[in-house]
Ligand binder design. Structure first.
Ligand code: HEM
Ligand code: HEM
Ligand SMILES: [Fe+2]
Length: 443
């Protein structure tokens, strides 16, 4: 089974860049995780705030590289036609890589803006917008030229359009802190609990159609249910960030109700995946890809659904706001939903992208990586949840000072770092497989 369309190969460099940046993200995660225990580590070269910035920026950059690579792989098969311009795709690739690298290296030299996740200097932000517009243009032209337009490809396009539109709020920097934070969430929340969910659902639909052989009509009905639930819940659900920042009080009611039902699209994705896999008409040889696909549904349900619900009601969030509970949820949700869906697409695409073609190899290593990384992330999440419970009790109930509480949480930070190391081992195995699969296959 070779790739059906020559232009699908353009996704390969995107996956490679995503994997290398993922590796760097985890390296910085280990550094800042260690700094929680040894605060002077690497000071003043990489202070915690800079390391943290690099950790979360690399996360977003590698995920977007992964989304774009996956889209370039998916589109030709969905629309039955080649990518409109592979040249444009490559120019766009190098521009994005240059912009991303400049931003990250710039952070080390203190060239950055102030707001979490949006620390890119304005010039880099402009570059990112240009890159995304090139990508969307290429995508739309590919869809126009293709022989068919599927619901999966349309949902994917909608997701990317939303990603571009909401990023524009990163340019709006009001002086008033309340207004500033109000719109900051239009990027951060409306990305991960809005338009990125559409991107994830489209990949899930593509993967399940390919891996189970179940009819497209069945899959795409589910896709529309998921998209509907996402819009219904996620938009007004933004209110769960407006409880305590100086926004009107009605947000406590609206935010609570709508964000509570934000669990539904994630429930639907689990039901969708398991229904399709149960009804599969054939045993696809790429077992690792099936595992990653089902894993994305289950882990996103846990991280976003369960851990999100846990602190989304104002009665609870009053105590947990901005504590390690938030960090526990942030880790499992980002990993379970977006890291794993990109890895699922890479896992599906890579055997077809390797020139040697046909056989699917090294399932053992990939499956080992899946369980090691998944279990490690679950333990990291549990460690941070433990730290969060101690923090809420000491700081928010007893009223102890922030710094004083920290010394009671060291055991959890140690556990987090330990499982960070096992996560890194899983990732090294995954990357080894990713980069040498072809050579070992040919041998
Ligand atoms: C895959 C989807 C999701 C991702 C990637 C994600 C990620 C995050 C991250 C990184 C933060 C911290 C933001 C910050 O303050 O810097 C956060 C906050 C929060 N998330 Fe999510 N989230 C997702 C879905 C959900 C869902 C479905 C819910 C509710 C059911 C939820 C509820 C919350 C709440 C209430 C906060 C604010 C915590 C606080 O007050 O400190 N999230 N999320
Ligand atoms: C080796 C494993 C990892 C370690 C040791 C680690 C460590 C850390 C640390 C120490 C922070 C700063 C928390 C704070 O501000 O107090 C952080 C933030 C964050 N990390 Fe990681 N990380 C790891 C892996 C990951 C992975 C795999 C993801 C996602 C796929 C991720 C996503 C995030 C996010 C979204 C934040 C911001 C959370 C928030 O604001 O609540 N990390 N990480
Ligand atoms: Fe949110």
């Amino acid at each position: 089974m070779k790739y059906q369309f020559e232009s699908q190969r353009v996704s390969y460099p995107y996956f490679v860049a995503a994997m290398l940046l993922f590796g760097a993200q985890i390296l910085f995660g280990l550094v800042i995780g260690a700094q929680y225990l040894w605060p002077d580590l690497l000071f003043p070269a990489i202070p915690f705030n800079i390391g943290r910035m690099i950790h979360i920026n690399l996360l977003v950059v590698w995920l977007i590289f992964g989304f774009m690579g996956a889209a370039y792989y998916l589109l030709p098969e969905e629309v039955e036609g080649e990518i409109y311009s592979t040249k444009l795709a490559m120019v766009q690739f190098w521009l994005f890589l240059a912009g991303g690298a400049t931003a990250i290296v710039g952070y080390l030299f203190r060239w950055h803006d102030g707001r979490e996740f949006l620390e890119q200097p304005t010039l880099i932000k402009v570059g990112i917008v240009i890159v995304v517009l090139m990508f969307i243009f290429n995508m739309i032209m590919t869809m126009i030229k293709g022989r068919r337009r599927t619901s999966t490809s349309i949902v994917l396009l909608t997701g990317f359009l939303g990603l571009a539109v909401f990023y524009l709020f990163a340019f709006y920097k009001p002086v008033n802190m309340v207004i500033d934070k109000y719109y900051w969430w239009w990027v951060v929340h409306l990305w991960v609990e809005g338009v990125w969910e559409l991107i994830m659902a489209a990949f899930l639909s593509f993967l399940l159609i390919k891996l189970t052989g179940v009819d497209r009509e069945v899959a795409e009905k589910w896709l529309y249910v998921i998209v509907g639930l996402t819009f219904l819940t996620g938009v007004i659900g933004t209110g769960h960030h407006y409880y305590w920042i100086g926004t009107p009080a009605f947000w406590q009611t609206w935010g609570a109700w709508f964000s509570a039902i934000e669990v539904l699209p994630f429930v639907a994705m689990v039901a969708f995946s398991f229904k399709m896999i149960a009804k599969r008409s054939r045993q696809h040889p790429n077992r690792a890809a099936i595992l990653w696909t089902a894993g994305a549904a289950v882990l996103s349900f846990l991280g976003a659904g369960v851990w999100g619900f846990m602190h989304t009601l104002p009665q609870v969030n009053f105590y947990t706001h901005g504590t390690q509970i938030t960090a526990s949820h942030g880790h499992l949700a980002f990993y379970g939903a977006y890291a794993v869906i990109v890895l699922a697409m890479a896992s599906y695409a890579m055997p077809n992208l390797r020139k040697a073609g046909s056989a699917i190899t090294s399932q053992k290593l990939e499956i080992f990586a899946f369980w090691t990384m998944g279990a490690s992330m679950l333990f990291i999440t549990l460690a941070l949840t433990g730290a969060g419970i101690v923090q809420v009790y000491l700081q928010r109930v007893l009223g102890m000072s922030y710094m004083e509480t920290q010394s009671f949480m060291n055991i959890f930070y140690f556990i987090r770092l330990f499982f960070g190391a096992t996560f890194a081992i899983g990732l090294v195995v995954y990357l080894y497989d990713f980069f040498t699969g072809k050579a070992r296959q040919a041998a």
